[in-house]
Design a protein around this ligand. Structure first.
Ligand SMILES: [Zn+2]
Length: 386
């Protein structure tokens, strides 16, 4: 690396360090940033000026000690760039816009059974939601667009390799969405929804000291995000969190992926409904994004839920899925397919009940933050002060 290039890279790195420090501390003085980062006050002032010119920070009011002249604080600019997040899930679409300060500026949720619709129709509506989100941003520039999808997303290309719960083929979802919203818009990036949910918990869960954990999210499908040393662990091929299709019962229910006894067929929402003796064809009316769970006594023509025959069986042997799942971290798609031996792309999903719960789109905008100020890397890649 040549001298000027190295200097530029170092400045970009320091811009990221200062911006992260401001994000972590809220309204903070330049002197406090210098103390927290180890940079000189002069360097911090120069970097803050550059962030200000980029519209990323704003005046944070006066701060100071009892003794001495008050200083001027700086904070993230809530009127600066925004991120747009989209989630395509099995029974809903959701889009939100979040500003740099973390305020939600726009939220649109649409309930629909996306298994019963052609993928092109779902992508059309998803792109419409994205366009609506960008319009809601108004004069604030859109820094990035991130789409969360319930399927296998490759680490290298960000392509959707398989989404058995949606029965979608291998698809360049990012390209499809970008083409639909127009080439002049920021490029859409695609991530697995469980991975984004894990990052959301890490960044906003209130426990920043927990840098190593596995976040398991369960709706109709079950997925997991693995965070190691504060970074998302995707495994060799990007499928490290694929927990839902690990077989836990050799004579279990047939899964949408084609295999028998996947974890989703034991612990997924539909499986729980079946075990409770509740109808499994009630669609999205079962729940709302607010998570309301209707009383079983309100079901037309039904009394109290009765346990099904299967509910009396022993629970899954948890060591088994863990062992099988962990081997998938380092193995390619063929391993995932091996976990689901009869997986076949042409399988058609059944009409089934849907709930809606947590929203990976909340984490999406955070991954969307890209700014020339730190080399176009996402905020999550901005270095932490050591
Ligand atoms: Zn499966």
């Amino acid at each position: 690396m040549t001298g000027p290039v190295r200097q530029q890279a170092m400045r970009e790195n320091n811009l990221g360090v200062v911006l992260r420090s401001i994000a972590e501390h809220g309204a903070v003085s330049r002197a406090a940033i210098a103390a927290a980062t180890g940079l000189t006050k002069a360097t911090v002032s120069s970097l803050v000026d550059e962030l200000d010119r980029a519209g990323l920070v704003a005046d944070g009011g006066a701060v100071g000690n009892v003794v001495g002249r008050p200083g001027q604080a700086v904070r993230l600019n809530p009127d600066g760039p925004v991120g747009v997040g989209l989630e395509i899930n099995i029974d809903y679409l959701v889009c939100c816009v979040v500003d740099l300060a973390g305020h939600q500026r726009h939220l649109e949720v649409r309930l629909a059974d996306n298994r019963t619709r052609p993928h092109g129709e779902v992508l059309d509506e998803a792109a419409e939601l994205l366009a609506q989100g960008m319009r809601a941003a108004g004069r604030q520039p859109v820094a990035g667009l991130v789409a969360a999808v319930p399927g296998l997303v490759t680490a290298q290309r960000g392509a959707l390799v398989a989404a058995p719960n949606l029965d979608w083929p291998e698809l360049e979802v990012a390209e499809e969405l970008t083409r639909r919203i127009g080439r002049s818009s920021p490029v859409v990036s695609v991530q697995n929804e469980a991975n984004l949910a894990a990052l959301g918990e890490f960044w906003f869960g209130g426990k920043p000291e927990l840098a190593d954990f596995i976040h398991v999210s369960g709706e109709i499908g079950i997925g997991a995000g693995v965070v190691v040393a504060g970074e998302l662990f995707r495994g060799r091929h990007g499928f490290a969190g694929e927990l839902g299709h690990v077989m836990v019962s050799v004579d279990g229910e047939r899964c949408r992926c084609g295999a028998l006894g996947c974890l989703e067929q034991v612990a997924g929402q539909e499986a729980i409904l079946r075990a409770a003796g509740l109808p499994t064809t009630t669609g999205t009316s079962l729940g709302t994004p607010e998570g309301r769970w209707p009383s079983s006594s309100n079901w037309p023509g039904r009394g109290s839920p009765r346990p099904s025959r299967r509910s009396s069986r022993p629970g899954p042997r948890w060591a088994w899925p863990w062992r099988a799942w962990s081997t998938c971290w380092t193995r390619p798609l063929s391993c995932w397919a091996a976990c689901s031996p009869s997986w076949r792309p042409g399988w058609r999903g059944r009409s089934a009940p849907n709930w809606t719960g947590g929203c990976s789109a909340r984490a999406g905008p955070i991954c969307a933050w890209r700014c020339p100020g730190w080399g176009g890397r996402p905020l999550c890649a901005a270095p932490r002060a050591r």
